[in-house]
Write a protein that binds this ligand. Sequence first.
Ligand SMILES: [Zn+2]
Length: 511
Amino acid sequence: MKLKKRLFVIVLSVAFLFMATTAIAAPAKYVFFFLGDGMSSSQIQATEAYLTTVNGGSATLATDLLKPGNRLNMSKMPVAGMQTTYDAHALMTDSASSATAFSCGFKTLSGVIGMDEEKTTSYKSIAQLAHEKGKKVGIITSVSLDHATPAAYYASVSTRGYMNNIATQLASTGYEFFGGGGFASPEGPAREGDTANNIWTLLAGNGYEVRNTRDSIMALKNAPRDKVVCINPFLQDASAMPYDIDRINHYSNNLSLAEMTGVAIETLYNKKGKGFFIMVEGGKIDWACHANDAMATIGDMLDFDNAVGEALEFYRQHPKDTLIVVTGDHETGGMTIGHATTGYKAYYDRLLSQKSSFQYFEDNQWAANQAEWAESDCPNVSSDDNLAGNAEMLDLMKNIFGLDYATLNDYQKEKLEDAYDKSLCESNDNTDAENTLLYGYYNPIIVTITHILNEQASIGWTSYSHTGVPVPVFAQGRAKVAQKFAGFYDNTDIAKKLADAMDLPELPVEK
Ligand SMILES: [Zn+2]
């Protein structure tokens, strides 16, 4: 080969190598981060077993479980990894420190958001850094907008309980889209030491429009706004959206998490812009698991996964520019697939008749039952037929949860009787230690109903709190960027990988 020709080949090779390298390093323009609060592999498998059953298959047949229509969007993604969830000083993290790990890239104490363990230095989140680089930002959650997980993307506070302070910081972010639940404490301090601002005034002063009807929020799809806060019309508990099982049956004027995600995508997408970062939290998967209610969990898992579906739809139109990452922050409830009473069998059809969440039942039917019966039954709290003799309550158990009292064994009936007395009269013949183990901080009769129902299906619960198992991560999108989410790593690495995917500065970044 002549020298001239050889030189030309070398130059060409270097040019190709450079192009290939830049292709690998090129950041993703549109980035989605989906966070199922309290979601680990049990929540995922239980939901797929339920889907298989509700679609007419059997949760005990591999051929049915493996059918694509019985699988979640997330578990069909091409890249999978797993992350450790512990925080700086706890094997079982809380949602504030885990959200800080995902958003800022370092470990801190439970309860702390966007600050170090000493609670002296504040750090920028990947959302803030992306916004500074010209990306639009959307923060969506099924719980209140000032709750720990969303807060970690825009606020720094020494304690997650300062929710007025958190909302105050939200109002000055300049982020383009907030959507989901409302505010826990919009007009005063949430607790001592908190700020006392009127959040509505601050939002208006900073150019935000607040929308809170289904029609006005959906209208954003065709007429986007620059800065908008979308709050669902009905908020169920602690300013959160209703459980999806309740939205479907009772509050159809609300948006699902999936619909809210769709609105955010339409609002933030701009072909000529620098792209967006959207964080979507399925926050009540966690709350349902704290309460040990499998069907409320599964309902919110399905809505969360449908939200992932909205992002996948967007990905199909922009495959080279999009990255989607889905994970949980920790497992909640110690949920498991299998139970001592069912061994290797599973009966997910037992779950099909539950019509409301534990919360809806407590707020409505239970409240009415207690008002009607407490006065007559509680003087005889030691009587062993307060529940057995209450035909109305037995009907409610059957109609709302699909739990047929007549078919239960004596042990289950006794557990229900004890729980009923504790709920109705705040007293039963158990020791305090027994009651703590059996009910946690939840309504005894309702948590006992869901325990028995879930156990019949073969779903077990071991805690009313978070647990410390590692959590799966799923990714799809821009090939080389998505691939970085394969492997076993720490939760702080997720923030670093996302920062890398958006070409942000190395984390952590001080404010
Ligand atoms: Zn959490």
